[in-house]
Design a protein around this ligand. Structure first.
Ligand code: C2E
Ligand code: MG
Ligand code: MG
Length: 259
C-alpha cells in the first residue's frame, strides 16, 4: 500500500513541475538587537490537485530519492532569487539545499545562473545545508562551499546538532549561521537539557565567530530566554508563519518602513 502510494506521489511530482503546482513561502528571520528583519527563509509548498497541500517533509525525501529534487531545487533557487530582487538591499533570502543537489548538480553554476537571471547580489543569498548533507562527501562539499563562499554567498547549518556531524568540519566550512533546531527550542523553558544544548550552541557559535538563528520560536518566554543568552536572530510562529511572496513584501514594509 505504502509502495503504491509512493509511486502515485512520484508520478504526481513529475507532473507538478510542468503544472506549476509549487509555491515558495517566506518566513521572516528577525534580529534580536532591535534592527528588524534580516531576511526570509524560502519554504517549498506543493499544492496537489486532489490532496491539497502536501508537506515538504513528505515529498522532499521522495524528490531526493528520484532525483527530481535537482529540477525542483533549481526552480526554488531561481524563484527565491527573483523574490529577493524585489526586497530592499539589506534583506537576504535563505534557500534549503539537499545533499543530492550537492552531489549531482553543479551547485556553483546553478547558483550563479539563478543570481544572474534576477539580479540580487550574491551576499543576499544564503544556502541552508544540513550537517548530514555535507558529511556524505566532506572533501567535495568543502571545495564547493568554499567556492560559493568566495562568490559572497552565505551558508547556514540547518537543524544543527540533530544529525550526524563532526564538529571539526565547522572550522573548515565557510559558515555564517548555525540554526538551532526547533526540537531544542520547543521545551527550552522546562527541559534543562534542551536549554543547555541551545545555550551551548550559542556559546560555541559565538566562539567560532558565527551567528545563531533559533528556529520554531512560538512563545514570548522562549524568545526572552534566547535573547538574554545572546541569540542573534529568531524565526518562528511567534513572529510570523511562512508567508506568500506578496504577504512577505507587506510584512517587510509594515515592520520596517523605508528609512
Ligand atoms: P527546515 O528548513 O528546518 O524549516 C523549518 C520548518 O519549521 C518549516 O517547515 C517551517 O514551516 C517550520 N516552522 C517554522 N516556524 C515554526 C514554529 O514556530 N513552530 C513550528 N511547529 N514549526 C515551525 P516546512 O516548511 O514544513 O519544511 C520542512 C522541511 O522541509 C524544512 O525544514 C526543510 O528541511 C525541507 N524543505 C522546505 N523547503 C525546501 C526546499 O525548497 N528544498 C529542500 N531541499 N528542502 C526544503
Ligand atoms: Mg531550513
Ligand atoms: Mg531547520
Amino acid at each position: 500500500e505504502r509502495a503504491r502510494n509512493r509511486l502515485t506521489l512520484r508520478n504526481d511530482l513529475v507532473a507538478a513541475i510542468a503544472r506549476d503546482e509549487f509555491q515558495l513561502y517566506y518566513q521572516p528571520q528577525v534580529r534580536l538587537d532591535g534592527k528588524g528583519v534580516s531576511g526570509f527563509e524560502a519554504l517549498l509548498r506543493w499544492k496537489h490537485p486532489t490532496r491539497g497541500m502536501v508537506s515538504p517533509a513528505e515529498f522532499v525525501p521522495l524528490a531526493e530519492d528520484t532525483g527530481l529534487i535537482l529540477e525542483i531545487g533549481r526552480w526554488v533557487l531561481r524563484t527565491a532569487c527573483r523574490a529577493a530582487a524585489d526586497w530592499p538591499d539589506d534583506q537576504r533570502v535563505a534557500v534549503n539545499v539537499s545533499a543530492v543537489q550537492f552531489g549531482r548538480s553543479n551547485m556553483v553554476a546553478e547558483v550563479r545562473a539563478a543570481l544572474a537571471m534576477s539580479g540580487p547580489s550574491a551576499n543576499r543569498l544564503e544556502l541552508e545545508i544540513t550537517e548530514s548533507s555535507v558529511m556524505e562527501n566532506p572533501e567535495e562539499a568543502i571545495e564547493i562551499l568554499q567556492r560559493l563562499g568566495r562568490m559572497g554567498i552565505s551558508l547556514a547549518i540547518d537543524d544543527f546538532g540533530t544529525g550526524y556531524s563532526s564538529l571539526s568540519y565547522l572550522k573548515l566550512f565557510p559558515i555564517d549561521h548555525l540554526k538551532i533546531d526547533r526540537s531544542f527550542v520547543a521545551d527550552i523553558e522546562t527541559d534543562l537539557n534542551d536549554r543547555a544544548i541551545a545555550f551551548g550552541t550559542i556559546a560555541l557559535a559565538h566562539s567560532l565567530g558565527l551567528n545563531v538563528i533559533a528556529e520554531g520560536v512560538e512563545t514570548e518566554d522562549q524568545l526572552e530566554l534566547l535573547r538574554s543568552n545572546g541569540c542573534d536572530e529568531v524565526q518562528g510562529f511567534l513572529l510570523s508563519k511562512p508567508l506568500s511572496s506578496a504577504a512577505a513584501f507587506a510584512f517587510l514594509h509594515a515592520r520596517c518602513p523605508a528609512g
